[in-house]
Design a protein around this ligand. Structure first.
Ligand code: SAH
Length: 432
């Protein structure tokens, strides 16, 4: 199972290497001391993950070569843009034209696009976002795995089913050995090269313990580790970076400080943002974003959320709908309409056309079974598969009836690959 095809190192300068994929050049950060020009490597999330023997690489590439160009061709066909549309308001058409030319849009212009309501105009918005995705980032689609290793959490996030509000949830925490076994399976059996380790803010997993776990994983496997454990503290972030973590998934949830306070009494948006800024300074890849349609959020907030994610140097934008959980104070609230979710993904793509990975979240998939296809055709280019052992998944109930809850890892992989192939996407992360 191959999520990243091998590339050949063409040039090296200090931290970076240039990698060739069938003639396409990508740059990636290299931390392997013995890497040489001409070596074949796997890269993931902009990092060189490992080198592999030339013969093995050549044989994988010979199988891939035809498919690689076929997929690109299909993607090209599906992402063509025809701007000569009569049914679209002049202002909208002008803005979409501007976006398609990769000229930066002002906040007000993005706001206009984010709030398009007419079906026809929306469809043009999604097509423009999809066009930009292909133009700048090609047909690669990130497929990260996520392991949810503990559902203990003392925090009081109003929307979250694993928050302290929910006293009905059977909590679990995986042992270190169980975490290693889940990682071994994801990497060795299924070929994942990028894994997110996620949990509540479990006091049983302080930074030194997490650092030990990350060190052990890095000793066992070449893979890219993202941590998603909430606010571990700036020193904690440093400790986990030194242990080998290279990415942080930490949503700021909402860019509106008052709304943040309402949803997280006693906690501050500033502290969340300080973590994200410090993590970026340390060299972490940043995945951040927020909730779409959380009660109290305005349309302005939504725009500001996208702009904040960009300001925080998101390498991946993670925006998903709020889904009410019966064990929380927001139990009786509703989910945002699918169109609002798609508008957000498309506006994020237009705000950051040439850099962003944009995730189709599991919450979106829970709100709409066709979310992946719709999202990937509206500017998104990333998905995450749940590789938590099945026996624990039900207890990580951030919201009810999560998509793929009872799907085995092989089934998730197969359905994802089939969907990606049908859309002309390569399940590979070709680096920065
Ligand atoms: N403790 C970690 C992980 C939290 S759970 C942290 O603080 O980052 C991961 C994400 O799930 C959260 O960032 C939140 O945005 C999302 N989430 C929680 N409850 C949700 C709900 N009811 N609907 C949709 N997303 C939710």
């Amino acid at each position: 199972m191959c999520y990243a095809i091998p590339g050949r190192v063409e040039a090296m300068d200090e931290r970076f290497v240039t990698v060739d994929y069938f003639g396409e050049k990508k740059r990636a950060i290299n931390e392997l001391s013995d890497l040489r020009i001409g070596d074949y490597i796997y890269a993931q999330g902009g990092y060189v993950i490992q080198a592999l023997p030339e013969q093995e690489a050549r044989s994988i590439l010979s199988v891939w070569k035809e498919t690689f160009f076929e997929l690109q061709e299909m993607d090209l066909q599906l992402s063509r843009l025809d701007m000569k549309d009569r049914g679209v308001d002049k202002k909208t058409l002008r803005l979409l034209d501007k976006a398609a030319e990769s000229r930066p849009l002002s906040g007000e212009e993005l706001y206009h696009l984010l709030n398009l309501e007419n079906d026809h105009e929306r469809s043009m918005l999604y097509k423009t976002a999809n066009f930009l995705r292909r133009k700048h980032l090609g047909n690669s689609c990130c497929v990260h795995g996520i392991i949810e290793f503990s559902s203990y959490c003392p925090r009081n996030c109003f929307y979250c089913g694993i928050s302290a509000h929910n006293n009905k949830l059977a909590r679990y925490r995986m042992t270190d050995e169980e975490i290693y076994a889940a990682v071994d399976e994801a990497v060795e059996k299924h070929g994942f090269q990028a894994l997110v380790l996620q949990s509540g803010e479990d006091p049983e997993f302080p930074a030194p313990r997490l650092a030990g776990i990350i060190c052990e994983i890095k000793l066992r496997h070449p893979c890219l580790i993202f941590i998603s454990v909430g606010e571990i503290g700036i020193d904690g972030l440093r400790e986990l970076y030194d242990a080998g973590a290279r990415g942080v998934l930490l949503r700021f949830e909402t860019s509106n400080p008052e709304l943040y306070q309402t949803l997280h009494p006693g906690y501050s948006l500033d502290s969340r943002i300080a973590h994200l800024k410090a993590a970026y300074e340390m060299g972490y890849l940043i995945i951040t974003g927020g909730l779409i349609g959380v009660p109290g959020q305005t349309k302005r907030d939504m725009l500001n959320d996208i702009l904040l994610a960009r300001e925080l140097h998101s390498e991946m934008y993670s925006f998903g709908p709020f889904i009410p959980h019966p064990g929380t104070p927001l139990a009786d609230k509703t989910v945002a309409p699918v169109e609002q979710i798609l508008n957000t993904l498309a506006a994020a793509r237009i705000a950051d056309p040439d850099n962003a990975k944009i995730l189709v979240t599991t919450s979106f998939e829970t709100a709409d079974p066709e979310a992946r296809e719709k999202g990937l055709m509206a500017g998104a280019n990333s998905v995450m598969l749940n590789v938590t052992p099945e026996r624990f998944r039900e207890c990580y109930e951030i919201y009810p009836n999560r998509a793929h809850l009872h799907e085995s890892i092989p089934v998730q992989i197969e359905t994802t690959l089939n969907l990606l192939r049908g859309l002309g996407r390569a399940p590979t992360d070709l680096g920065v």
